[in-house]
Design a protein around this ligand. Structure first.
Ligand code: SAH
Ligand code: DHB
Ligand code: MG
Length: 234
């Protein structure tokens, strides 16, 4: 495992590693994209046997930049895992900002909290354990609103999560959704591929929604062919 790329992919024999994976490793190395705390968070997830599905280093940095560009101070994340993307979001909101991250698995949330402590951003992050559809209403009840929402959990609920992001947002709130390509499976989903179908349904919903302005950006890199949807609430 190298310290420059995405765990689980970088050390595959060069003949089978797509050039875009290698190029992502170069970008991460020459741009110094990951700090020690983020590398440690990624490695900790692997050590605890969690799936290697955190965003790539470059995508984490893009999330940070979107937070900065939007001037977002309050960020909501749906899907914490080990807190890799959470650290990137928390660094970008700054010391006076706040991140709320929703996670179903208590073990993931526990590891994320430890990683957030190590990254020295735990004071600005609240990790809430539970199914997001159960915990989102509590955010509404307590009057929370968000400037940027990052959706990266169970894809089957993505339509509902985008609706919640609008509900908890305001005109100008940025919505980012991970995994809009899934190696192309979203193009013509197999009937059994509920996740790819759910992403298709979400894109249809976003395109039809009168309050959303949306782009779907395909990317290649450490996580192969995937991408972000980026939307602004009107
Ligand atoms: N955003 C993270 C990766 C998240 S992986 C990163 O880039 O670092 C997806 C996470 O969503 C997993 O930890 C999974 O347990 C969580 N999840 C799955 N279903 C969920 C649900 N219904 N509510 C909240 N979290 C859920
Ligand atoms: C999976 C989920 C993700 O959020 C991701 O970025 C990659 C893969 C998955 O469930 O396979
Ligand atoms: Mg994802």
């Amino acid at each position: 495992m190298g310290n420059t790329g995405h765990r689980g992919r970088g050390n595959v024999a060069a003949v089978t590693t797509p050039d875009w994976v290698l190029l992502d490793e170069l970008f991460t190395r020459v741009l110094h994209t990951e700090d020690d705390a983020m590398r440690a968070a990624r490695d900790s997830a692997e050590a605890e046997g969690m799936p290697p599905i955190e965003v790539s280093a470059q995508h984490a940095k893009l999330l940070s930049l979107l937070v900065s560009i939007a001037g977002a101070r309050r960020v909501l994340e749906i899907g914490t895992l080990a807190g890799y993307s959470t650290i990137a979001l928390a660094r970008a909101v700054g010391a006076d900002g706040a991140v709320v991250s929703l996670e179903y698995e208590a073990a993931h949330a526990d590891l994320a909290r430890r990683n957030l402590e190590r990254a020295e951003v735990a004071d600005r992050v609240e990790v809430i354990v539970g199914a997001a559809l159960d915990t989102l209403p509590t955010l509404q009840q307590r009057g929370d609103t968000f400037d940027l929402v990052f959706i990266d959990a169970d894809k089957e609920n993505n339509v509902a999560y985008v609706q919640w992001a609008i509900t908890l947002g305001r005109p100008g709130t940025v919505i980012v959704v991970d995994n809009i390509a899934r190696n192309g499976r979203v193009l013509d989903p197999e009937p059994a591929d509920r996740q790819a179908q759910a992403i298709r349904d979400m894109l249809d919903m976003m395109g039809a929604h009168p309050r959303l302005d949306t782009a779907a950006i395909q990317t290649v890199g450490a996580k192969n062919w995937d991408g972000f949807a980026v939307a602004v609430v009107r």
